[in-house]
Write a new protein. Structure first.
Ligand code: GLU
Length: 449
């Protein structure tokens, strides 16, 4: 007798939890996918026969390594580096590097796992991976960041390459870090291999719009969801968390489209600016000065800084969590719903807890999960890879138009799959099923590997 889809899914999950003990974020990301694809497993017995799910939750390769470096005081520091090459059925491994003290194997696995279906959804022929280190760039000098990055790349370089594995940035890895990492790769390999890293400076192979892409893309996705209800961004207020490049450019795009983004945050607290965030000032504080968000409020009349409390207490029509995983919980969701939120789009990876996602769904709030809503970043990375391979450079306007078209397509694929698999308008189910079917079919076709 063949097992039911539900029991297959539970068995895969239980086995993976046992095998990956102590990795709650990975378990959470895995369960969200597994419970979403039940209808697909029912309709495709061949996936279970080929153990597609069992293989999907096991990374193809995991690399962990020591990263020793010397700080400015001459002391030896030791960090741990990671690269989890999760799935390359659709293309070379692709996904960012995160430098943050919270980084551990479970967090990198959750991010790498998310990346498989996210990348599939972009339709750009890229596999899924993630990496990083438990290094904290905050408060470190440029020279320290350089020495750390060089040591990190001295191990990782042998696992990378334009046809093998192509990293990019994530939290704590921006233009400065990418420069040092790319420089060390070039030195070690004697190759100026532009296509081995994305998010590069436009001076040496980077793509226009890559910096803006995740934030812009999240707002394009939001626009598509709202359009399904004959609604839009014009005249709406948005509550945004974070103040990295995802948040900054989500705020920017909301305002370009006639909305008003009134908050931003960092680990020290959040700011409220009812007039609408001044994007140039926010960039100055966070990107140029690498300062604290309170200094935005110090310099802007009418803005206030709140050190304790939740940014989600601020009322708005739209919510864009753009900071980090599990930053918006069930009680935050209840507050937002009470304040009349209409739509939520995840700019960060898995910022909403499962309780929050269920609360939005039950309240009929439009909800765009990260693997669809924030896919614009990695999609533009794929555009960067295309330009590198063909030695072309596309201008800002045409690059933004390509990003916009990809986000419309991601929305369309997710919506169509939500209907096909019996949950119309549920973008969690839709994004997971649409991405999963692409990866599963590629894995089936390529045999048991
Ligand atoms: N770190 C980004 C993400 O979460 C971008 C990855 C990339 O461009 O490779 O999708």
């Amino acid at each position: 007798m063949t097992s039911s889809a539900s029991s297959i899914i539970h068995d895969v999950y239980e086995a993976a939890v046992t095998r990956n003990a102590g990795e709650p974020e990975f378990h959470q990301a895995m369960w969200e996918v597994l419970e979403s694809v039940e209808a697909v497993i029912e309709q495709h017995p061949e996936y279970a026969e080929a153990a597609i799910l069992d293989r999907l939750v096991e990374p193809e390769r995991q690399i962990m390594f020591r990263v020793p470096w010397v700080d400015d005081a001459g002391r030896v520091q030791v960090n741990r580096g990671f690269r989890v090459q999760f799935n390359s059925a659709l293309g070379p491994y692709k996904g960012g590097l995160r430098f943050h003290p919270s980084v551990n194997l479970g967090i990198i696995k959750f991010l790498g796992f998310e990346q498989i279906l996210k990348n599939a959804l972009t339709g750009q022929g890229i596999g899924g991976a993630k990496g990083g280190a438990d290094f904290d760039p905050h408060g470190r000098s440029d020279a320290e960041v350089m020495r750390f990055s060089q040591s990190f790349m001295s191990e990782l370089y042998r696992h990378l390459g334009e046809h093998t594995d192509v990293p990019a940035g994530d939290i704590g890895v921006g233009g400065r870090e990418i420069g040092y990492l790319f420089g060390q790769y070039r030195r070690l390999t004697n190759r100026h291999e532009s296509g081995m890293f994305t998010g590069k400076s436009v001076l040496w192979g980077g793509a226009e719009v890559r910096t803006e892409a995740t934030g812009y893309g999240a707002v394009f996705f939001l626009e598509e969801m709202l359009a399904m209800r004959k609604d839009g961004i014009d005249g709406r207020t948005a509550v945004v968390s974070g103040s990295g490049n995802v948040a900054i450019y989500a705020i920017d795009k909301v305002q370009q489209l006639g909305g008003r983004a009134i908050t931003a945050s960092d680990s020290s607290g959040y700011i409220v600016d009812e007039a609408g965030i001044d994007v140039e000032l926010l960039k100055q504080v966070k990107e140029v000065e690498r300062g604290r968000i309170s200094s935005y409020a110090d310099r802007r009349a009418g803005a206030r800084f709140i050190a304790d409390g939740r940014v989600w207490d601020v009322a708005g029509d739209l919510a864009l969590p753009c900071a980090t995983q599990n930053e918006l919980n069930g009680s935050d969701a209840a507050t937002l719903i009470g304040n009349g939120v209409v739509a939520v789009a995840e700019g960060a990876n898995m910022p909403c807890t499962p309780e929050a996602v269920h609360a939005f769904r039950d309240a009929g709030v439009l909800f765009g999960p990260g693997k669809a809503a924030n896919a614009g970043g990695v999609a533009t990375s794929a555009l960067e890879m295309s330009q590198n391979a063909s030695r072309q450079r596309w201008d800002f306007e045409s690059s933004e138009e390509k990003l916009h078209a990809i986000m419309r397509d991601v929305h369309h694929s997710a919506y169509a799959a939500s209907e096909k698999y019996g949950h119309p308008g549920d973008y969690v189910v839709g994004a997971n099923c649409a991405g999963f079917v692409r990866v599963a079919d590629a894995m089936l076709a390529q045999g048991l590997i």
